[in-house]
Design a protein around this ligand. Structure first.
Ligand SMILES: [Zn+2]
Length: 128
């Protein structure tokens, strides 16, 4: 069944690149100053520090928001299976991958732009 799940994952994917990137760990954060969503890739082999006392991994990452250039400092602890056991961030907040995709998705055009004849009633509100 693990085999089948792998196929399903590779077809439907989790997010772009993550399936083909087994050493990548992805963080999703939001800048607390301007609200910009940021995705950060860390590498299991290079970016994680082993904590031999607890058998956990520690990821410390400085994140520069490309929008307002504020600096965030994230610290995430993983267990031996690379599951998050603890995390904290200064200057921002963690968001889920779904939230990230929602925030970065192109905004659909407003429906009036598509030219529905029914929308003409709304013009009554546009007075200066
Ligand atoms: Zn920002």
């Amino acid at each position: 069944m693990g085999f089948l799940k792998k196929i399903v994952d590779s077809i439907f994917g989790s997010a772009e690149g993550e399936v083909r990137d087994p050493d990548g760990i992805f963080l999703y954060v939001k800048c607390s100053r301007c609200g910009a969503p940021i995705r950060i890739r860390a590498d299991k082999r290079h970016d994680l520090q082993r904590d031999y006392d607890t058998n956990e991994y520690i990821l410390r990452k400085e994140i520069m928001d490309g929008t307002c250039f504020s600096l965030m400092q994230a610290t995430v602890r993983y267990n031996a299976a690379y599951q998050v056991v603890d995390r904290e961030i200064e200057g921002g907040e963690f968001i889920s991958r779904d939230e990230y995709q929602e925030l970065t998705a192109p905004k659909p055009e407003r429906e009036e732009e598509a030219g529905g004849p029914e929308s003409s009633e709304d013009q009554a509100d546009e007075t200066d």
